[in-house]
Ligand binder design. Structure first.
Ligand code: ATP
Ligand code: MG
Length: 255
């Protein structure tokens, strides 16, 4: 049997649909994410990629369809419950607390997923214990441990994007949904991000939304192409690169 086909499915999606009034942002999408894979989602602006993530992570309820994680139906669960189960997501727009330190930002994510206590009871993030260990591990994984005590809002943009990833890691996920982690990076920062994604790809199952084609084509094991809320093509990078529907979707946008 083909090894690719044998990989167990972690996330399975059937007929997923999201309508915003008259606009159908995600339109009857069927999709599978296999364990251990770095699977990218590409597509023109407004194709429905972020909405697709918002549905999986529970930020938005779907209009129709089902989402299964490790064969459990998670379609109607809250975002916090889905995070507890092991699906972590980062945001397209950096979603940090600018006045908190780098450490406290990651600590808050590590803490929130490990406790049911109200978050506002936190006075000062402890520097040791299980939550602290998870926090330091996440900061080390992205290379921000030296910045731990800096206010997050004062970091350069590239490091804020790394912190966004660290916040996702701090929650101890099985699957990472990363929404354009490389957006707005300089070429040097982009190289570090590619290295980080490759490194994370060895340890996590990753679903990555990415606009930079050099990044996508070099690191993805599989690519799904969104266009007007549907998946118009899916396959290995070389298959997607040469697909005529994909070329038309991108050319149509420029015309
Ligand atoms: N909360 C919302 N309310 C109404 N319309 C929305 C909402 N979120 C997204 N949309 C619309 O749904 C469509 C898909 O948006 P989405 O953000 O998912 O696209 P995207 O593929 O992530 O685009 P980009 O590459 O620009 O990030 C767009 O037309 C957008 O305006
Ligand atoms: Mg988006």
């Amino acid at each position: 049997m083909n090894a690719e086909k044998a990989a167990p499915i972690l996330i399975r999606i059937e007929g997923l649909t999201k309508r915003f009034g008259a606009l159908t942002a995600v339109d009857r999408v069927d999709f599978s994410l296999a364990r251990g894979r770095l699977h990218s989602i590409i597509g023109p602006n407004g194709a429905g990629k972020t909405t697709f993530f918002n549905l999986i992570s529970g930020e938005l309820p779907p209009t129709a369809g089902r989402i299964f994680f490790q064969d459990r139906d998670i379609t109607r669960l809250q975002a916090s419950q889905i995070a507890h189960l092991g699906i972590g997501r980062s945001f397209q727009r950096t979603n940090i607390f600018p006045n908190l330190s780098v450490y406290d930002n990651a600590w808050a994510a590590a803490y929130a997923v490990r406790t049911r206590h109200p978050f506002h009871l936190m006075k000062e993030a402890p520097r040791s214990g299980e939550v602290a260990d998870a926090t330091w591990a996440a900061l080390e994984e992205v290379g921000l441990q030296e910045r731990a005590h800096h206010p997050a809002g004062e970091l350069p943009h590239g490091e804020q994007r790394l912190l966004e990833v660290a916040i996702t890691l701090a929650a101890g996920p099985t699957v990472l949904l990363l929404d354009e982690p490389s957006s707005g990076l300089s070429s040097g920062e982009l190289r570090s991000m590619i290295e980080l994604l490759q490194h994370l790809g060895q340890r996590y199952t990753i679903l990555l939304i990415e606009h930079n084609m050099t990044v996508v084509m070099s690191i993805s094991e599989r690519i799904s192409v969104f266009h007007f809320g549907t998946i118009i093509a899916e396959g290995k990078p070389e298959e997607v690169r040469t697909n005529e529907d994909v070329k038309r979707a991108y050319l149509g946008r420029r015309a």
